[in-house]
Design a protein around this ligand. Structure first.
Ligand code: NAD
Length: 289
């Protein structure tokens, strides 16, 4: 039986720490940290993520506003809004919810955010700091995974860490974090062109799946005793549920759980950690630490 890594509980711990730190700052005479969230268009998933971020912020004493714009907003208008937020000393963190409408270049908008307010850690300067191992904002999902590993006292130093998936928001930044001094893993990143991926995965002491394919990681890809981190969030049809589907990860949980030494569930694993790191980043933006 593997240890279940409880993302909900660990996320609650992190949020509590942020809440305490915010309360201490306010008691010391500072204003609350302030996060500006920019939402363009009416994509229901984006709207739901943004509501979650606003609610989590309020719960820890971080003030936030969601600035909502019609999908027809021009790229220049959006760049001007980002510039205003950059110039506003009352704004600590800026988050532009992606994806943006097709006529707006995501990269231009992300590049326009002041790196000192880049709580999503998407700006090239933030990514560069991460790669060379400087302190700064943390990429939300990868840093959430690291928090889980550390708070579960999983040995990362010298561990073989295999990450499946090379996206800019999960695989690549996680590889850089796991390589950092202090974490000291030996990292391999696999992707859709990797040859004999199962053989590489089987070498992992820490196996991370961030692919977006339901039940991709099967038991034969996991070394007995490995720690398995499942980042995937996939919908599979399920008529027994009122909404007609359920969420599963990239790992075949039923088959892998008996082999692993520790494993994250989906839902309730990596997912809850992402917002917790956003709150940490917003606090960091306010304190300038
Ligand atoms: P992405 O689509 O940007 O990248 C997927 C990666 O998987 C690519 O690098 C691709 O090379 C690799 N891949 C695809 N098919 C493969 C195959 N057959 N073999 C090997 N590699 C393959 O995805 P992403 O944004 O990194 O997200 C991955 C998954 O994680 C999705 O299910 C997403 O919903 C989930 N996710 C969860 C959280 C969270 O908070 N829990 C955050 C971000 C993403």
């Amino acid at each position: 039986m593997a240890q279940l890594i409880d993302g909900k509980a660990i996320s609650a711990q992190v949020r509590n720490e942020v809440k305490q730190a915010v309360a201490e700052r306010i008691a010391a005479g500072h204003r609350p940290p302030y996060l500006a969230v920019v939402l363009v268009g009416d994509d229901p998933a984006s709207a739901s993520y943004v509501r979650g971020k606003a609610k989590a912020s309020a719960e820890v004493g971080i003030q936030s506003d969601t600035l909502t714009y019609d999908a027809s907003i021009s790229e220049q208008e959006l760049l001007d809004i980002v510039q205003r937020l950059n110039d506003d000393e009352g704004v600590d963190g800026i988050l532009v919810q992606l994806p943006l409408p097709d006529h707006i270049d995501d990269r231009k908008v992300i590049h326009a955010i002041d790196p000192a307010k880049d709580v999503d850690c998407f700006h090239p300067e933030s990514v560069g700091n991460l790669v060379i191992g400087l302190d700064g904002f943390q990429p939300a999902t990868p840093a959430g995974i690291v928090e889980m590993l550390q708070r579960t006292e999983i040995q990362t130093s010298g561990a073989q860490c295999v990450i499946i998936g090379r996206s800019n928001i999960v695989g690549k930044p996680l590889a850089n974090l796991m390589l950092k001094k202090g974490l000291d893993s030996t990292v391999t990143v696999c992707h859709s062109r990797t040859k004999d991926l199962p053989a590489i995965a089987r070498q992992a002491d820490i196996l991370v799946a961030a692919i977006g394919r339901a039940n991709f990681v099967t038991a034969d890809m996991v070394k007995p005793g490995a720690v398995v981190i499942d980042v995937g969030i996939n919908r599979v049809d399920d008529d027994s549920r009122e909404r007609g589907y359920r969420l599963v990860g990239d790992v075949d949980f039923e088959a892998v759980e008996p082999i692993a030494s520790a494993i994250t569930p989906v839902p309730g694993g990596v997912g809850p950690m992402t917002i917790a790191v956003l709150l940490q980043n917003t606090l960091r933006a306010a304190t300038g630490a």
